[in-house]
Ligand binder design. Structure first.
Ligand SMILES: [Fe+2]
Ligand SMILES: [Fe+2]
Length: 175
């Protein structure tokens, strides 16, 4: 019995959990009157939701059962303005490990179609870990003056990733 479809169903939960955590971080920055940081995480939350729905679409296409798992409560209180970004970077590294494990499982079970589906996610993780480490470095360098981070994001925030064009289809359409 293949374990890969069950593992993908679990990953749907991890992606939705990441989305919820990013909403919580966005709300924290919104309350702190840091609109660019808030916008970056509101946007990231939507991306994570789209990742979940891409996996849903893959399972539908492959005629596997689809479960929409519940998620753990996100963390909502933070001691410093850098903490949410530290948490976000940890989360992206954890998700990278999860995707790598999924690829290894697909390969072990000879599911090359599933493995190919996940290649986009590997690239996406490389980009997300990289952009989150840059953001963390910027936040740490800014110290107490978070307006420097706001200025940095205002100048660099809205670059469209070339990855979006090759993204797998999302169930119901990507937001
Ligand atoms: Fe994701
Ligand atoms: Fe992510």
């Amino acid at each position: 019995m293949a374990r890969f479809p069950d593992a993908l169903n679990e990953q749907i939960g991890h992606e939705f959990a990441a989305s919820q955590q990013y909403v919580a971080i966005a709300v924290y920055y919104d309350r702190e009157s840091l609109p660019q940081l808030a916008a970056a995480f509101y946007r990231q939350a939507v991306e994570e939701r789209n990742h979940a729905m891409m996996i849903v679409q893959f399972l539908l296409d492959a005629d596997h059962p689809v479960a929409i798992p519940g998620v753990e409560e996100p963390r909502t209180d933070f001691g410093t303005a850098a903490e949410p970004v530290e948490l976000a970077l940890e989360q992206e590294k954890r998700v990278t490990d999860q995707i790598v494990a999924l690829v290894a499982l697909a390969r072990e079970e000879g599911d090359l179609v599933g493995e190919q589906f996940l290649h986009w996610f590997l690239q996406e993780q490389r980009e997300e870990v990289s952009s989150m480490s840059h953001l963390l470095a910027t936040v740490e360098r800014a110290g107490d003056n978070l307006l420097l981070v706001e200025g940095y994001l205002a100048r660099t925030g809205d670059e469209d990733s070339p990855l979006e064009e090759g993204a797998p289809p999302a169930a119901g359409g990507a937001l």
